[in-house]
Ligand binder design. Sequence first.
Ligand code: X5A
Ligand code: ZN
Length: 646
Amino acid sequence: MEAVETASRSTSRSLRRVGILYDERMCRHHTPDDEPHPENPNRIRAIWNKLQSAGISQRCEVLSAKEAEDKYILSVHGKSHVDLIRNISSQQYNSRRNRIASNLNSIYLNEGSSEAAYLAAGSVIEVAKRVAKGELDSAFAIVRPPGHHAEHDEAMGFCLYNNVAIATNFLLNEKELGINKILIVDWDVHHGNGTQKTFWKDPRVLFFSVHRHEFGNFYPSNDDGDYTMIGEGPGAGYNINVPWENGRCGDADYLAVWDHILIPVAKQFNPDMILISAGFDAAVGDPLGGCRVTPYGYAMLLRKLMDFARGKIVLALEGGYNLTSISNSALACMEVLLDEKTVTGSTEAYPFESTWRVIRAVRQELKAFWSVLADELPTKLISQKAPIPKILISSCDSEAEDVEELLQGVIRPLSTLRVDEDRRESASVSWRSDLSNIDIWYATFGSNMWKPRFLCYIEGGQVDGMQKLCSGSMDKRPPKEILWKIFPHRLFFGRESTRTWGLGGVAFLHPESKNKDIVHMCLYRITLEQFNDVLHQENISSYDMSSPLFDLTSLDCVKEKGSINLEAVKKGWYHNVVYLGMERDIPILTMTCDLSDIENFKSGKVPLHAPSEDYANTLVKGLVEGGQLSEEEAVSYIKEAATKPL
Ligand code: X5A
Ligand code: ZN
């Protein structure tokens, strides 16, 4: 079953003027000691880098950020809140800043926070103004901190000022812009509680939010995001919430909501402009969202909105915490705004049964306000739901228990489907929690011997010399221990260039041990879950990680056989996991090329190649800072490995 959908606009090439706004100053808002946090500066850097390297920003009008004026911010927030955010980064707050932040819900503050908050709000105003005036057709503001959780007198959920709400009031108050009706679409995985409250009684603003809710158990964990929250007084009917009952929602679920709620209502409302609270934390791979929207999905959601308000659409970034996912999602959206190619793709699944249930509940709740929602959905349509997954019966005890529990559920009428749906979660997501309790030593021999470089694989980011940003692991805890050891293996350098380091060979370990050679290795004690994320990044794979690359069975297997080739990343250069023995009852693993690659290096089919200066320096730094060799010793160790024939 595959529902293929395509959509195209006009025939000619992009004549659309699309604005894009990015400003490095918004990166100065970060955690006080730069400790890891999902809402970090690399988010907007990653998106900006991606759009630049894809040639998107070059086809857009690039705008720079402007600080919002207090009078605009005060249309949404109270004076005490504005005073606090304006002053929070000043010296006089140095001793109180952390305490203030810790009394707020999910907020950190530093010296850069005030400026970033003013820039984020001002930037959304700036792009919205230009789109309203017709100087631009549409625009994307790559801003942080995000905004949609921020309420009248409260910063929360990583949000300081409500950027989208502020820009919305700006548009409505500047009468000569002629913007009288605004549709806000909040597709961030979390409920836009702050925006909802701002326009609760306001019929000029139709606020629509689709979010994980889980009956009030998902952040912000209250009833504000329920579908019964429809607005009040003149605003009744102008607030629409679509609360997911469970995670794992993907393209099919979102598209069903668009087709059967948002798009019909948008037609009837007929907005003058659309603002999107464009968080990308419902994207597949997001560590907080647990949903599965693909870049194609986002493109389709956006494409369907382009038919309204004469395409006057502004996207403002909200959440989204997987650097790769948010970059690819943003890219897909920009391609839609530029309207240069047809959106193509397919959704492989049907919506969940719970999705149809929510859609029906929302339509029922709002049909008195929107006549387009009045009809019952045809039975034929809602019977198209995600198939019940096959239960895998394994010999493993814990799973056998699950099966027992499941079979009991089957004999209880009505509960069957819910139980089956929930099984799906444990199949695809629980490998992380299972593997997060198992430690291994990851033995490194290349640039990863330098700790700051290795940490890029855990925390995300990049260090000097690297030409690529790492997405990091989902579990950002640093290695529990670091240990150096010497092994009887051969280190060598090969290939002409790499994406991460540019020109020059990179380090490999001969997978077989040879008693004449030695290699210095830096061992990081990390979890098997983190090891999977490192494997993924080392091999720059497109594997979706819904199941692990290297699980407990693989671990048993590698201990027995000495090495194991990972099919899922076989195109990567480090897809061969090698077992190097035990250290204090914990297995030591490394990753390198396989024996067939060694043959290709020997024959010259793939060149042996000395490392670039940047790369070699990183290895030397690792060995020296790790206390293993003096600088001269390290330099000659690398030189020998780079020149000795294999
Ligand atoms: C903007 C956004 C999420 C806050 C989660 C706090 N906020 N646990 O995605
Ligand atoms: Zn969010």
